[in-house]
Design a protein around this ligand. Sequence first.
Ligand code: SF4
Length: 428
Amino acid sequence: MEICLINPEASLYRNPSKHLPKPLFPPLGLMTVAALTPEKHNVTIIDESAGSVDFSIHPDLIGLTAMTAGAPRAYQIADRFSAQGVPTVMGGMHASALPQEALQHVDAVVVGEAEELWPQVLADFEQGQLQPVYRHEYYPDATTIPPARRDVVDINKYIAKYTLQATRGCPFACSFCTVSNFFGRTYRTRPVENVVAEAAALRGKPLILVDDNIMGCPGYAEMLFERLADLKTTFLTQASTTMLKRPELITKAAKAGCRALFVGMESIFPEQLAKIGKKFNVVDKYKELVQRLHDNGIAVIGSFMFGLDGDDPDVFERTAEFAEAAQIDIGQFSILTPLPGTKFYEQMHRERRLFERDWSKYGGSHVTFRPQGMSIEKLEAGFEWIYQHFYSWHSIVKRTARRLEPIVWLINGIYHKRVHNWAVEIQH
Ligand code: SF4
């Protein structure tokens, strides 16, 4: 069969594609689905962030994935192919949270992770017995996660070309986050051998480990870092603030090549963190954490959200002041968004505070519910302000002037320019 997998365009966060020369990542989820597809079938991937959908094609089957912000476009694409008689299947976070909604546009929905289910979908489809919903009774064993197929996308169209995943799941249950609902509340770890073999095949290229908390399983992280160190690679990944309890792991991550860490700080107010179920973030320790990461040569990408219950209009200025004082290298700011499948969505629904039903606005840069401590307009304006402020030259220099090396690693990754030597000279 000819199978075409499509990642629809979605406006996530503050549309970084407007400011960056290329889209950030290739669609790892679809590249994994491609790897799960039996070899007898021919698979292609269309990623709308890097190209457009050709509606004149007529594959045997279309497979779609989408986060909530991409769902309306996924439905449009599905409707057009359905009208041309091409059967469609949809998976991903949004369809898994709202399968009945997705079924109004597609022939079948895959709820949850694709391992085990996707080969079943294809087998049923070949037999003419496609079921409307596929879901597993348990979370798939992480040993079944195959290396992604990188031959089915043009990797050069992306900034961070080499994404891979070592673990899935998260034991925490932050009310706004889809991860523990979708991937479960335990860490499932791929065998270190498998991850290292996949990374080794990329021959020292800078990697993005897309794990939600790479240090969540300290014993596993330690083994992984030790093996990655042998590859002489560099990487960016994510970890929770709780890593500060394991300073030796931070050092091992740095030795393994970690040059930047995405850290979900979310808020600088403990009361707000408690309301979103993220009490384990200790605000008093944020600066110490950033300092420790910097001491290890790791740049910090700090993520903060606005519009939490308890946030009032001065939250933007206070967060910016804090992030500058802490010398956070890159800030990812977003408006709290009630994503279907989360406790926060249920809460907003229960409290009748949801007013936006256009899913394309659920990408973290629009207000979709009535905030408690400020008007919708103030929340939108404050969100714009903090981006303008934080990315002014004045703020950038203030935060990063004394530690150019990790920043240069990021710039090299984004623009593929070798600015390393002159930057290091300036630093000294
Ligand atoms: S925000 Fe991070 S720590 Fe919280 S549930 Fe999601 S992945 Fe886990």
